[in-house]
Design a binder for this molecule. Structure first.
Ligand code: 5GP
Length: 116
């Protein structure tokens, strides 16, 4: 069993966050430091630390993350103009929180995928 993380504590309701969607597999909440008008984090309720830890057993929940992100994007009014999903992994990927998560960003043109 992976360690608790700040995100698993948010999913469990132990730390406050603005939760926009939750079911038995995933939780989505607004990023504390938003980089776009919509910046939502979509996380599995059960900790997977990073993409490098994914096993075949995780495939269903990974699908659930993407499906939840699409539904939240629709609810946020992003489907027409589009949006971006990002998964950071490890030090080169810039991952800060060791609990796999999708960043759902939208609400303005997001520019080039990488700036450097
Ligand atoms: P990473 O760099 O790991 O891909 O992204 C971590 C994200 O989590 C950052 O965008 C950061 O602002 C967000 N974050 C970190 N701590 C908290 C928190 O306690 N609450 C919320 N809502 N977001 C957080």
């Amino acid at each position: 069993m992976a360690e608790e993380t700040i995100f698993s504590r948010i999913a469990a309701g132990e730390i406050p966050a603005e939760i926009v969607y939750q079911d038995e597999a995933v939780t989505a909440f607004r990023d504390i430091n938003p980089l776009a008008p919509t910046h939502v984090l979509v996380v599995p309720n059960r900790v997977i630390p990073a993409m490098t830890d994914v096993t075949p057993e995780d495939e269903p929940v990974l699908g659930r993350l993407l499906a939840a992100a699409a539904r939240i994007a629709e609810d946020e009014g992003l489907s027409e103009d589009g949006y971006r999903l990002i998964v950071n992994c490890g030090s080169h990927g810039g991952q800060e929180v060791p609990h796999l998560h999708l960043h759902l960003l939208g609400g303005r043109p997001l520019g080039p995928m990488l700036t450097e």
